[in-house]
Design a protein around this ligand. Structure first.
Ligand SMILES: C[S@@+](CC[C@H](N)C(=O)[O-])C[C@H]1O[C@@H](n2cnc3c(N)ncnc32)[C@H](O)[C@@H]1O
Length: 473
């Protein structure tokens, strides 16, 4: 909505280069304006908007030369209209204003078009063209290379999400596109893997092929291992298959999942998939963090729906969702789809651990009672949205208040033990079939801490358990 002009202090106004379409302020024009001001000539008000994140400051949308001239003549205030341009790209708004009195130069028009498109690839050439005073075809030429890279990036995202079995309507919502565009991309993309498969068949490694084509390693693994048995996939990935229920992995396999607080090894997820799911099953990870579950699902040929409260642009396959327990104990399921998961892998933040690493709405910041209440509500809800045959794997550890307390003096009362989780799971209608030990690494403790613990006879915790459950009755 356009506002009335107001007198605004010149010092409260900034020229933000990010949204300035010209190469710079022309001192000759400023000089002419300054002379006119001294002669008592009155100009149209300049246009500004509230500067984002800078309370009390305004950034210029139109009138950089008039504003500079006022400054140079020692004026303290300038007539300005404060615009609200919600939803309009400020660079394009400024460009449109600039073409009135003096066309943008070729270089300025090209640069503005590219900057606007880089910031918002959803803009069409017509929209950009209208703002900078150039024809659609000219804009097409200005941004052809950027559009090609963006198109490729989009193809890869769509390919990955499609592989994981994310429905097209959710892909469209996540990528800010319409469903028809997604559908058209998918039809065209049937040929996309051909180039990569050719490179793989010529002996290039997965990492080389991934780098060459700008894919992620897990996506190239999905192609390289297509049609193979699970056991052969393990061999090619270099993961020894554990036959017993003690899964001790020295380190996280860096090829799968991002560096993330509380990251778990891909090998752990792979073993869960091997023992408790079949190829093409739908896996659900409600708190997917750095994406180790979807990455491992790509390599082992499973579909995967992953959610997390953190919205990560580099992980379009992890759909943003914050599980929030309402005051009446209600928890919402993130999707309306009738399709149900075959296997749920649930790796929540542990109670009271790493609370500072996660968002303030993370369940790790809840009180002990609220944390347990949340888990119970989640397990009840998971059952309502499960098939009869769906299993769940719950990854957690004893939380004992052992900090600074010798083992013999630990009361056990203040903690949350695996037994407590088992009670909750039972009440929610899940029956344990396996408890697998998957210890955490003790490397994170320094020698000084270890020595202090030993002196005080404090017994630390590295045990971590994967509890696998099916539905009872
Ligand atoms: C232990 S991490 C998961 C790590 C993941 N398995 C990995 O290896 O990268 C737990 C995740 O739960 C998410 N989280 C915590 N509270 C949440 C909530 N209320 N809703 C959605 N996500 C939540 C955090 O953002 C975090 O990414």
């Amino acid at each position: 909505m356009t506002q009335q002009a107001r007198q605004i202090p010149i010092t409260a106004i900034i020229l933000d280069e990010d949204i300035y379409p010209r190469k710079g302020v022309d001192p000759r024009r400023v000089g002419i304006f300054a002379e006119n001001i001294r002669d008592g000539f009155k100009f149209d008000p300049i246009e500004v908007e509230h500067a984002p994140g800078m309370p009390g400051k305004y950034r210029l949308l139109d009138g950089a030369h008039r504003w500079s001239a006022c400054k140079s003549t020692g004026k303290e205030k300038v007539d300005a209209i404060i615009q609200e341009i919600d939803g309009i790209d400020p660079l394009l708004y400024a460009a449109k204003k600039a073409i009135g009195p003096r066309q943008l130069t070729e270089e300025e028009a090209r640069d503005t078009a590219r900057r606007a498109y880089e910031k918002n690839p959803g803009l069409t050439s017509v929209e950009i063209g209208k703002a900078i005073g150039r024809a659609r075809r000219t804009v097409d030429n200005y941004i052809a290379d950027l559009r090609a890279v963006n198109q490729m990036g989009m193809d890869i995202k769509i390919f990955c999400m499609n592989r994981l079995g994310i429905p097209q309507d959710r892909m469209a919502a996540r990528l800010g596109m319409n469903q028809k565009t997604i559908h058209n991309h998918l039809v065209k993309m049937a040929v996309l893997p051909k180039l990569l498969n050719r490179d793989l068949s010529q002996g290039f490694t997965v990492t080389q092929v991934a780098q060459k084509h700008g894919w992620t390693d897990p996506m190239v693994w999905a192609l390289a291992l297509e049609g193979k048995e699970d056991q052969d996939r393990f061999k090619e990935l270099g993961w020894g298959l554990r036959t017993w229920d003690q899964w001790d992995f020295n380190d996280c396999d860096k090829r799968f999942g991002d560096d993330w607080p509380g990251r778990i090894p891909a090998q752990l997820i792979a073993h869960l998939l091997f023992y408790f799911s079949s190829p093409d099953d739908l896996i659900l990870d409600p708190m997917a963090g750095g994406g180790v579950t979807p990455d491992t699902c790509l390599a082992l040929g499973r579909r995967c729906w992953a959610f997390d409260m953190m919205d990560q642009s580099n992980r379009p396959e992890i759909e943003p969702h914050t599980w929030t327990l309402s005051s009446n104990g209600h928890l919402a399921w993130p999707v309306s789809s009738k399709t149900k998961a075959d296997f749920i892998i649930f790796d929540p933040p542990y109670f009271n651990k790493r609370a500072d690493d996660y968002d303030e709405k993370s369940i790790s910041g809840l009180s002990k009672n609220k944390y347990l209440e949340f888990l119970e509500a989640f397990f009840v809800l998971a059952k309502q949205h499960a098939k009869k045959t769906t299993r769940i794997a719950f990854i957690n550890a004893d939380w004992r208040d052992f900090q600074n307390t010798p083992a013999s003096e630990e009361a056990g009362k203040g903690g949350i033990l695996i037994d407590d989780y088992l009670d909750i799971l039972k009440r929610a209608g899940w029956q344990r079939t396996h408890i697998i030990q998957a210890p955490m690494s003790a490397q994170r403790f320094s020698a000084v801490v270890v020595s202090a613990m030993q002196k005080k006879r404090i017994l630390g915790v590295t045990s971590r358990y994967v509890i696998v459950l099916k539905q009872s009755g």
